[in-house]
Ligand binder design. Structure first.
Ligand code: FES
Ligand code: FE2
Length: 377
């Protein structure tokens, strides 16, 4: 690390280490500096578990999708044994990307010279290689990375010495049990190319302070900013609770499962499983914002709308799914006005770390975690 980066990290630590009532956000450079971005890639996204997909996307052997984590091209594949694996998506011949376009097949075939791999990454065939002396197919298997499926969500860890994810998220696992997220289906999937730093969206997602200003018609009437609160967490995640106005029952679109607790029927909660898994847990569905981070000021956002088949077993389910999709897009368009405005503001010559409201505890918690990870040797 350069001395300038070390100084900047220390400045950030001093801003966020104080209790919430005295704290500021991280300084603007944390959102704009390519050097901080590189450090994040290395210290956060290459070391921690990162959510990449949902098991419902690849239900059958041979199903796969491509995603980059910290610039590393990966292919998430379901094997013949039913296991989900995170394989390198880089061909062992001359580095062509694998898995682009092919959504399901019993093998993984490189489009460039047709080296063909099994679903576990072993190289099965390499045409016209018989004159390459000592060529050993066993040395050309695709590397694989640690991969865990937790509540149906697929996580990857690139570090090579990852502690299991499941233990760290135990308290959350208990809270999520009644939703049976591992049995959920994808009822909608919406993609957006975003031109701002990924943490701008995390901050936006994890506070309801802006409801009365940015969402005066969509959220504020039902989920007022003033009664939202940060619920301190016992693991590497942050929780924001948004009670329904007057603590009344909220109005689900679908049918909540029987075991959904009372509190979840009188409001909803959003979570950031660090570093960047943003999920809103409603009584009848889950909305997940998956970020594929491509640069300091850009990422691909995929919004997943998930619901249990027993919840969507209602008359007019297709109309309701359509409505959920439209409403999700409308809310995101409102948030986008804020996120794009913030991104421009961050580049101002006079921008500085901002003071936080008591309603922004989940941002504060995340930033304390971030700085600890960034400073960890
Ligand atoms: S690069 Fe894949 S077969 Fe040549
Ligand atoms: Fe919002």
């Amino acid at each position: 690390m350069t001395a300038a980066l070390e100084n900047l990290l220390e400045e950030g630590r001093r801003a966020v280490v104080r209790p919430l009532a005295e704290a500021s956000t991280l300084p603007p450079a944390f959102y704009t500096s390519p050097e901080v971005f590189e450090r994040e890639q290395e210290a956060i996204f290459r070391r921690n578990w990162v959510s990449v997909g949902h098991a419902a996307e690849i239900p059958k052997a041979g199903d796969r999708f491509r995603i980059d984590v910290a610039g590393e091209p990966l292919m998430i594949v379901r094997g013949k044994d039913g296991e989900v694996r995170a394989l390198s998506a880089v061909c062992r011949h001359r580095w062509m990307l694998l898995g682009e376009g092919a959504e399901s097949s019993g093998t993984i075939s490189c489009p460039y010279h047709k080296w063909t791999y099994a679903l576990d990454g072993s190289l099965m065939a390499a045409p016209l290689m018989e004159q390459a002396e000592g060529f050993d197919r066993a040395e050309c298997a695709l590397p694989s990375f640690a991969c865990e499926v937790w509540n149906g969500f697929i996580f990857v860890n690139l570090s090579g010495d990852a502690a299991p994810l499941t233990g760290q998220l135990q308290p959350l696992a208990e809270e999520f049990t009644p939703w049976k997220m591992d049995e959920m289906e994808i009822v909608g999937r919406i993609e957006f190319d975003q031109a701002y730093n990924w943490k701008v969206l995390v901050d936006n997602f994890m506070e309801a302070y802006h409801h009365f200003a940015i969402h005066p018609e969509t959220f504020e009437p039902n989920y007022p900013a003033a009664i939202s609160f940060h619920d301190p967490a016992e693991g590497p995640y942050a929780v924001l609770r948004m009670p329904h106005k007057g603590n009344e029952l909220s109005h689900p679109l679908f049918k909540p499962l029987d075991d959904i607790p009372e509190r979840a029927r009188r409001g909803f909660s959003v979570f950031n499983i660090y570093p960047s898994m943003l999920i809103a847990v409603l009584s009848d569905s889950v909305i997940w914002y998956r970020m594929e981070i491509a640069g300091v000021d850009r990422f691909k956002l995929t919004v997943y709308l998930l619901a249990h088949p027993a919840s969507t077993d209602v008359p007019d389910a297709e109309t309701l799914k359509h409505f959920l999709r439209e409403a999700t897009v409308a809310v995101h368009m409102e948030d986008l006005i804020a996120c794009e405005g913030v991104q421009k503001g961050l580049h101002s010559g006079v921008a500085q770390a901002g003071r936080l409201s008591h309603l922004e505890g989940a941002i504060h918690a995340h930033q304390r975690w971030l700085i600890a990870e960034l400073q960890r040797p």
